[in-house]
Design a protein around this ligand. Structure first.
Ligand code: TRP
Length: 331
């Protein structure tokens, strides 16, 4: 058995991943893939909680999200890609854990509340309300030690840790309490000035966007509205483009802010520089992606093999969990 500690993290398969996913989690996955035994979950059941009326989108998205992960530099020989719906033990654990979770604690989960409001749900389905329980099963089926995720996942991590503690307290030390790893990069704002970059907000730069598309999206960003002429002094502290420079063009950030404040660099030049940095980052991803696009069978094999490996581990965990709960009477 591997001596390494385990990571489990993942994404809903509701569409392509964007730069916000990259700085929030994917970047950390790549950094940690040597140090940890990493499981990356293609969360297709969780995708159903919001997209059950759009099944046509799901199969395609499983491949898109798999390729997004592989194209940013996750090595299929190191990491394990797992398709959630292929892992029955996740479903089983979800049912067992559901005994330990109160409906009120789910109703008060801030991420559930925000998402329900965004989707306009006034009568949530049981599946949607309960997805944090299923997410706890995602994390614990392989006894993950660490979960690299964005800030919005914090309530789900707290719930997972609480379930694990409660389970171990009731039935004996069985599950592993995972730690959350937040990115040191602040949440990416939308280039349209929205507080968040998001697919549903229509302001996302996708990891798979062609260079020209990235340029177009950057050029349409909102900047300092009080700056009319190019040599008017700018206010980088209130400009979203400057925030992006800080994240994606760190070496030039101070210079650009100084030039902007003096009116020495205009918004167009500033945006062009940002688009160039983003495209420098994305170009190697595009190359890898082109390979996988042309070898979809290979992507499929990676998912199937990874899921099989995960299944063995998950089945072991379910056996231990059943034993602990005194409902296992043998094979
Ligand atoms: N809820 C996560 C998101 O929306 C996706 C996810 C599903 C996940 N299962 C997980 C993240 C397990 C970390 C661990 O991005």
């Amino acid at each position: 058995m591997s001596e390494k500690k385990r990571i489990l993290t993942g994404d809903r398969t509701t569409g392509k991943l964007h730069l916000g996913h990259y700085v929030g989690s994917l970047q950390n996955r790549v950094k940690l893939q040597d140090e940890y035994e990493s499981f990356i979950l293609l969360a297709d059941i969780q995708a159903l909680t919001t997209h059950f009326e759009h099944p046509e989108l799901l199969e395609h998205s499983i491949y898109e999200v798999a390729m997004d992960n592989l194209s940013v530099g996750l090595d299929p020989n190191k990491i394990t890609l797992v398709q959630q719906s292929r892992i029955p033990s996740i479903g089983e654990l979800t049912v067992f854990y559901s005994m330990l979770v109160s409906v009120n604690s789910l109703r008060h989960n801030p991420t559930i509340k925000t998402e329900a409001a965004n989707y306009g749900y006034n009568d949530m389905t049981y599946g949607f309300l309960g997805y944090p329980v299923s997410q706890s099963a995602d994390i614990t089926f392989c006894k993950a030690n660490l979960v690299p995720v964005g800030e919005d996942q914090k309530p789900h991590m707290e719930m997972t840790r609480k379930i694990v503690r409660r389970f171990n307290e009731l039935y004996g030390e069985t599950l592993v309490e995972p730690d959350m790893m937040l990115s040191d990069c602040p949440r990416l704002m939308g280039l349209d000035g929205n507080a968040k970059m998001g697919k549903s907000l229509g302001n996302a730069i996708y990891l798979s966007d062609p260079a020209e598309e990235v340029r177009k999206k950057v050029m349409s960003a909102v900047t300092d509205a009080s700056r009319i002429k190019k040599d008017d002094p700018g206010h980088p502290d209130i400009c979203v483009v400057s925030k992006y420079h800080k994240v994606f063009n760190g070496g030039e950030y101070e210079n650009i802010c100084e030039s902007c404040k003096k009116g020495a660099i205009g918004c167009v030049a500033c945006k062009k520089a940002l688009a160039a940095s983003l495209n420098d980052l994305l170009e190697p991803f595009r190359e890898k992606r082109a390979y996988y696009e042309a070898h979809r069978d290979e992507v499929r094999d990676i998912i199937l093999t990874g899921s099989e490996k995960a299944n063995k581990i998950g089945n072991e965990t379910v056996k231990e969990v059943k034993e602990a709960m005194h409902i296992y009477i043998g094979d």
